[in-house]
Design a protein around this ligand. Structure first.
Ligand code: 1GP
Length: 252
């Protein structure tokens, strides 16, 4: 049995105002060499988490990818599964995503029912997460695969009510995602509105390409920012984004 620690750390960080930076690794886009490179960069840049997963993982590399990360560093690995098949016992935790911004019953509860025994047996720390896909200005893999309309980018009220409902239904995290490679990331205004009406930690990702946007998202109320695509294109961004996120003072 693994120690149940990731969610406690996320809550402690939120309480103290400590912002976190997670690098998303899509197992379809990496090999051993690339993973080792990202591990080294992640350690040197002092990132907080690796997220591993993708909306559509076609390779069979998740388990090996997670094992490699865990073997070579102590950065926690959180699974961010696009489907129930994306599970690795070697990870530290799993975001148990329910697509609360959509109206596709399968992604709200259906796939969870089918995969519940396997997920339970994995022994992973399971973190129930209200997953909200926000319109990022272009169709993304997640918007296509989910077969559900994204939440309109300028409708802060809908985002607030959705997040509040997720929290009251017992979800432990809210993850607002404009989708991987989104043309337009989520506005700071929407992040601030949502952050102000929930108490659980708030994760924000999708289309973040520079340290300024990561910083502004944290200032607006994101507790963790997730970056994938931009780092795939320019790895040196890991240092800049990590520094920007961690420049926000922690409450003592
Ligand atoms: C996608 O939030 C993540 O689910 C990260 O998005 O790849 O655009 O950084 P990017």
């Amino acid at each position: 049995m693994k120690l149940k620690g990731i969610y406690s750390s996320l809550c402690e960080s939120k309480y103290s105002g400590k912002k976190s930076f997670a690098v998303l690794i899509d197992p379809d886009k990496v090999d051993d060499q690339k993973v080792m490179q990202l591990v080294e960069l992640g350690v040197n840049a002092k990132i907080d988490y690796f997220l591993v997963g993708g909306s559509l993982v076609v390779s069979n590399y998740i388990d090996e990818c997670v094992r490699l990360i865990k073997k070579h560093c102590s950065i926690p690995v959180i699974l961010f599964p696009g489907s129930p098949s994306q599970v690795s016992r070697n990870a530290d935790a799993l975001l148990y995503l329910s697509l609360i911004s959509g109206r596709n019953a399968d992604l709200l509860i259906g796939q969870h029912v089918v995969s519940a025994p396997v997920i339970r047996q994995s022994g992973l720390e399971i973190i129930s997460t209200g997953y909200m896909v926000i319109d990022g200005g272009a169709p993304t893999t997640v918007s296509y695969i989910s077969n559900a309309s994204p939440l309109p980018a300028d409708k802060n009220e809908i985002a607030m009510c959705t997040a509040m409902a997720g929290e009251m239904l017992g979800m432990k995290l809210i993850y607002m995602d404009a989708g991987s490679g989104a043309r337009v990331p989520i506005t700071e205004s929407m992040i601030a509105h949502v952050s102000n009406c929930i108490e659980v930690p708030l994760i924000v990702g999708g289309g973040i390409r520079d340290p300024e946007k990561a910083y502004l998202n944290c200032k607006a109320g994101a507790d963790m920012v997730v970056v994938g695509n931009a780092i795939e294109k320019d790895e040196s961004l890991i240092y800049e984004i990590s520094a920007a996120v961690h420049s926000i003072p922690v409450r003592v």
